[in-house]
Design a protein around this ligand. Structure first.
Ligand SMILES: Nc1nc2c(c(=O)[nH]1)N[C@H]1C(S)=C(S)[C@@H](COP(=O)(O)O)O[C@H]1N2
Ligand SMILES: [Mo]
Length: 423
């Protein structure tokens, strides 16, 4: 750093003492502190005057009550009931990349069922040399892998096709979570059963009433699909498929079968079932895209955003968000504060990893003026996240699924944010 550049950088000591308050870059309430002593500093507080809770007060801990609003939320008008429904991850309030299970979005077609490890069975049948049934204890004896992957429902951002609709990133982009899974590769179990040469697909289904049966090409099944029983170090939560779910990295959430009970090796997909037609995308000309399993690269600014407005004045502002790609890893994210005219490369908190969320930051000096905030992801396949206009040109406005367009937040002078579109 040159001498002149050094002089313009507020030092860490200045930041902490507020001595740099007069210049841009101050992050403390220095002036107020100088005028009247802060009782939070000068007085002994209640929490320091008595002892706190003992170690046994909460055998399994929950977030402190001040964080009570960091919860999943649903949109009531979206579905007729909460049984076949969806709720949304509060991504506006989270940081880093790992989604705690307790606030990770849920999507059920017939509700979350309770299935014990003792009652658990996984059958592998169809075009195999030896049909097999595994108990939970059997699964625990196979060599295990740990992998971090995002799970995104194909309908994420689906309500935004025709226009900016839901005013919160939790609702526009919250059908996603990212966990560290521990489990056994599906390949290992298929090899144990012996896939016959005619076996080109697997049909996977869950133990719930809907069964959520899906067909997956054998290449994917033998590649990176995981039969997972732990998430973020602990047992899967009931709502995420306890005791065992399928992890299908980079592919749409509906294939991630929960309460996995059967894998049938077949010579083709189960076409007649509702779901293969359900998860196609209607194009502008009325034709459909079929088998759009992979989730394209996407990113979104999580803060500031409508549910996470700027609560301080001009000066240092941390702009942050998430980026991901089902085709590989995120190689970069650009951020625009003027609706896509100028772009600045954001800082990735860690290098992007395969089919997992990447956290990005732009350490911005906000002048207090209006902004049109956007993020644009790039991935290892060379793909660049499209604008909404570009996506509509190809896919029209009748689609529901696979909306991975660039999102815009309008920030006003008060720091409030709104979901908008720019042309
Ligand atoms: N057995 C079963 N598996 C299922 C579903 C279901 O209803 N039943 N929903 C699917 C859909 S559409 C999605 S998006 C993901 C959501 O996983 P989550 O509830 O853990 O977020 O699970 C998939 N797996
Ligand atoms: Mo989904």
């Amino acid at each position: 750093m040159s001498d002149s550049a050094k002089r313009n950088q507020p030092s860490r000591r200045q930041f902490l003492s507020g001595a740099a308050a007069a210049g841009a870059g101050a992050v403390t309430a220095a002036a107020a502190q100088a005028a009247s002593p802060d009782p939070l500093i000068t007085e002994v507080q209640e929490w320091a005057s008595a002892t706190g809770e003992g170690v046994d007060a909460t055998p399994y801990g929950l977030p402190v009550r001040f964080e009570n609003d960091v919860v999943r939320r649903n949109v009531e008008w979206l579905t007729a009931d909460t049984i076949s429904s969806i709720n949304f991850t509060p991504i506006h309030a989270l940081d880093g990349t790992i989604t705690p299970q307790g606030c990770a979005f849920e999507r059920h077609h017939s509700g979350a069922i309770e299935l014990s490890k003792a009652d658990y069975r996984l059958m592998i049948n169809g075009l195999v040399d030896t049909p097999l049934v595994f108990t939970y204890a059997d699964l625990e004896r196979f060599p295990r892998e740990n992998r971090v992957h995002f799970c995104e429902c194909a309908a994420n951002t689906g309500m935004e096709w025709a226009g900016a609709q839901l005013n919160g990133v939790q609702f526009t982009h919250g059908m996603i979570h990212n966990m560290e899974y521990s489990g056994v590769p599906l390949r290992t179990l298929l090899e144990e059963a012996g896939v016959q040469p005619e076996g080109k697909w697997v049909y996977v289904e869950g133990a719930d009433a809907s069964s959520n049966g899906r067909s997956i090409p054998i290449e994917k099944a033998l590649d990176d699909v995981l039969v997972a029983f732990k998430a973020n170090g602990e047992a899967l939560r009931k709502e995420h498929g306890y005791p065992v779910r399928l992890v299908v990295p980079g592919w749409e959430g509906n294939m991630w079968v929960k309460w996995l009970r059967r894998v049938e090796v077949m010579d083709g997909p189960v076409e007649s079932r509702e779901e293969t037609s359900k998860y196609t995308d209607t194009l502008a000309d009325g034709t459909s895209r079929k088998w759009t399993w992979v989730m394209d690269a996407k990113s979104v600014i999580t803060s500031p955003s409508p549910q996470a407005p700027i609560t301080h004045g001009p000066g240092p502002l941390v702009i942050t968000g998430l980026a991901w790609s089902g085709r590989g890893h995120v190689t970069g994210v650009d951020v625009s504060t003027d609706g896509g005219i100028n772009w600045t490369p954001a800082r990735l908190a860690a290098p992007g990893t395969d089919k997992a969320l990447t956290r990005f930051y732009l350490d911005h000096d906000w002048d207090g003026g209006e902004m049109l905030l956007q993020a644009r992801a790039r991935d290892s396949s060379g793909y660049v996240q499209p604008t909404k206009a570009q996506l509509r040109e190809v896919r029209g406005e009748n689609s529901i699924y696979h909306n991975n367009c660039i999102q815009t937040w309008w920030i006003n002078g008060k720091g409030e944010a709104e979901n908008v579109e720019v042309s």
